[in-house]
Design a protein around this ligand. Structure first.
Ligand SMILES: Nc1nc2c(ncn2[C@@H]2O[C@H](COP(=O)(O)OP(=O)(O)OP(=O)(O)O)[C@@H](O)[C@H]2O)c(=O)[nH]1
Ligand SMILES: [Mg+2]
Ligand SMILES: [Zn+2]
Length: 352
């Protein structure tokens, strides 16, 4: 395989030079699992592991470990269909979300992406709030977003639905599609050029895998269809997987997302206001908003003049934004539950 078809370019060539000098070869991470990676080299798809050194350098920070879409420098293990990942080349873009569950962990969905297809269902489960959050994430990541309004066969008034979407999409391209009939799939295919990398994201059951199958031309990804003859039943995508399209370009299928947290804004705040972050750690209340609480180290510094007023003001402004986004996310999720009274695929308590 010609690596340029996977997106290899002159920049990567330059970045790879020191690794080449050490006899390493370039590869792209196609699948990330708990215990292994599947990578594509120019010659083959092979299993790969991370070296102990790499693990140590990551120091528990998940984002420093290889992710789907990463270009890596590997050493082939002699006489085995295996490789050791020695280094990750700098990421051009990275698309992230907050991991669901306790605590906040950033979770990189995919890296080195050109286009993020934000898939929404045009049926009654359409959720403008969720779409807005997905768009925010794409914009923050420097990835081109395209909105796919899927399942238009299930939508009674497409114009009205498009108008709903337009309220949150701004200048972003919105493409109505139908994985069932193939409508709009040609236009979709045109948006992925050879060498491009695209990722499909969106709630579980909106039809990400179905659209990818359509693009590929055959059933390559399992979809969530209920198969009565098959004990396995539903086939929800459970890991991220990169797929090479016959016409060129790669697409990454992702599992449905339960929530999109605005971790980027959070991370941005930590980076932009390290001194406020340090002060906030000394506030009496753990959830101090630094506006009216007693024993607030941030306001004490403000009063003492060690924290400039304008720094305090812009910090608060960003915090407000983050809180607003969180609130919007929560109410959108709540509205959606109220609307459908069940999970996206009709299974109470399932993901999404
Ligand atoms: N009517 C109709 N059904 C569709 C369409 N696209 C997908 N579906 C159905 O919707 C269900 C979910 O599709 P998937 O492609 O598995 O959804 P997904 O987004 O990959 O879901 P996760 O992997 O759980 O995130 C399946 O039963 C599909 O057959 C469409 O355009 N119209
Ligand atoms: Mg899927
Ligand atoms: Zn405080």
């Amino acid at each position: 395989m010609d690596l340029t078809k996977l997106g290899w370019n002159a920049d990567l060539d330059r970045q790879f030079a020191p690794h080449q000098a050490k006899g390493l070869i370039p590869a792209r991470v196609a699948v990330e699992d708990k215990h292994f990676f599947r990578i594509w080299t120019a010659d083959a798809e092979i299993l790969a592991q991370v070296t102990g050194k790499c693990m140590h350098e990551a120091r528990g920070s998940n984002s420093k470990l290889p992710k789907v879409g990463d270009w890596v420098a590997v050493k082939l293990v002699a006489n085995e269909e295996k490789a050791m990942i020695q280094a990750i080349l700098p990421r051009r873009t990275q698309l992230c979300r907050k991991m669901a569950g306790r605590g906040i962990t950033e979770h990189i969905l995919a890296t080195n992406i050109d286009t993020a297809f934000m898939v929404s269902s045009a049926d009654a489960s359409f959720d403008a709030g969720r779409l807005e959050q997905m768009l925010f994430m794409a914009h923050e990541s420097g990835v081109r977003p395209v909105v796919l309004l899927n399942k238009i066969d299930l939508c009674v008034d497409l114009d009205a639905r498009l108008a709903d979407a337009a309220r949150v999409t701004g200048n972003t391209l919105v493409l109505p599609v139908c994985a069932l009939t193939g409508r709009g799939v040609k236009e979709l295919a045109k948006l992925i050029k050879p060498g491009d990398s695209a990722v499909f994201i969106g709630a579980s059951g909106v039809g990400k895998s179905s659209l990818i199958n359509r693009l590929y031309g055959e059933e390559i990804q399992a979809t969530v269809e209920v198969r009565t003859h098959d004990a396995k039943g539903r086939h929800t995508t459970s890991w991220r997987e990169m797929i090479f399209l016959p016409q060129g370009g790669v697409v990454i299928d992702t599992p449905g997302m339960r929530e999109f947290h605005i971790w980027i804004a959070n991370e941005g705040s930590k980076q932009a206001f390290p001194e406020v972050g340090a002060l906030a750690g000394r506030c009496y209340y753990r959830d101090c908003t630094h506006t009216q609480e007693n024993k607030c180290a941030v306001r004490e510094a403000l009063a003492a003049g060690t924290l400039p007023r304008e720094r305090y003001d812009s910090f608060l402004k960003l915090q407000l934004e983050i809180r607003y986004l969180r609130q919007a996310e929560r109410s959108a999720a709540w509205q959606n539950r109220k609307k459908t009274g069940r999970g996206a695929r009709g299974v109470p308590g399932k993901r999404d």
